[in-house]
Design a protein around this ligand. Structure first.
Ligand code: CP
Length: 340
């Protein structure tokens, strides 16, 4: 969490009480977060409010998740998401356990359902799942009492990423109402797009996409109410947020464009292109950034524009909030599930 607490003199107990006061008035309307569709606008506002308070708590370790067990089941590679879920869980006092594709019994042929039911039977309050299979967390959540958090499933969704992205946008612009967000890149294969598109719609922003037509998912215009641009210069004019995405070669994106060099020339973010956006616009990317393909290398840390490391920092606060809200319910409701 940030080292600059606005409550430097508060004790751990006082910080916990401040968070509990917000929490005791409201709870999430859902038991799992596998899609942004699981969250109401009120849920999103609660998550953002608690995340900001957690961020402001600074580096002091809290005990809000003391006694809780959180499992990070990452069947696909990750740097940011895995690290921040684990660090945030530890920061809140939870016991965190990691399993990966290579270390789990799924490698011996056990189904993901049996593996997840086993982890839940050990008493894990929260199981965080990343996988290459779109829809896997949606299936698994029905079979366990543990809360399931989707940490990215195939091409489908990455809800904690979208929440930290919205926090980053609101930290800068104050609101998304009336703001224009331009996403540039491999929209077709991006689970980040899947969640960002859903959340922007709920938060009252306007979403534009800029990419080759081969990267435009079917019906995206009507389903997500987005404007499609194949001319990046036009897409960037008047934008409040420029959000670049990686070309996902591991998902076969290379077959949709003539070459990375040609793609980068036509859609890569350059300083000149960034200047077409609003003066107060920010530059975002979920990471990992492929420098000089997604954007010019010098832009990654451009002082007044780049918010990529702010996204990373907000990831800790958002992911800690999700684990706390889902791991310990205060409304007394018990998640229904069936072990078949
Ligand atoms: N943005 C994101 O999901 O990054 P990782 O793959 O490193 O977790």
């Amino acid at each position: 969490m940030t080292t600059h607490s606005i409550y430097p003199h508060e004790s751990v107990q006082e910080q916990e009480n401040r968070l509990l006061q917000i929490r005791n008035k409201r709870d999430l309307s859902c038991f799992d977060v596998v899609s942004i569709d699981d969250l109401t606008r009120k849920d999103i506002d609660l998550i953002l409010e608690i995340a900001e308070e957690m961020k402001q708590s600074g580096t002091k370790k809290l005990g809000l998740l003391k006694g809780a067990t959180i499992v990070n089941a990452f069947y696909e590679n990750s740097t940011r998401t895995k690290t921040s879920f684990e660090m945030a869980g530890k920061h809140l006092g939870a016991d965190t356990i990691n399993i990966s594709g290579s270390s789990s019994s799924t490698k011996k042929g056990e189904s993901y359902q049996d593996t997840t039911m086993t982890l839940s039977a050990y008493g894990a309050q929260v199981i965080i799942i990343r996988s290459e299979y779109s829809g896997l967390p949606q299936q698994l959540k029905k079979h366990v009492s543990s809360a399931i958090i989707n940490a990215g499933d195939g091409w489908h969704e990455h809800p904690s990423q979208a929440l930290l992205d919205v926090k980053t946008m609101i930290d800068h612009h104050g609101t998304l109402e009336g703001k224009i967000i331009t996403m540039v890149g491999d929209i077709m294969h991006s689970r980040v797009f899947g969640s960002v598109a859903r959340i922007i719609k709920k938060m009252g922003g306007t979403l534009r996409i800029a990419c080759p037509l081969t990267f435009v998912p079917e019906n995206v215009e009507t389903v997500f109410n987005v404007e499609i641009f194949t001319d990046i210069e036009k897409a960037l004019q008047g934008a409040d947020v420029v959000y670049a995405l990686r070309v996902q070669e591991e998902r076969g994106s290379g077959g949709f464009i003539p070459s990375l060099r040609e793609y980068s020339k036509t859609f890569g973010i350059t300083k000149e292109r960034l200047e077409l956006a609003n003066k107060n616009a920010i530059l975002m990317h979920p990471g990992p950034v492929i420098r000089d393909i997604d954007m010019h290398s010098a832009l990654v840390t451009l002082d007044d524009k780049a918010r990529i490391l702010d996204q990373v920092e907000n990831g800790m606060a958002i992911r800690g909030t999700l684990q706390w809200l889902l791991g310990k319910r205060y409304d007394g409701k018990v998640k229904p599930y069936q072990t078949i």
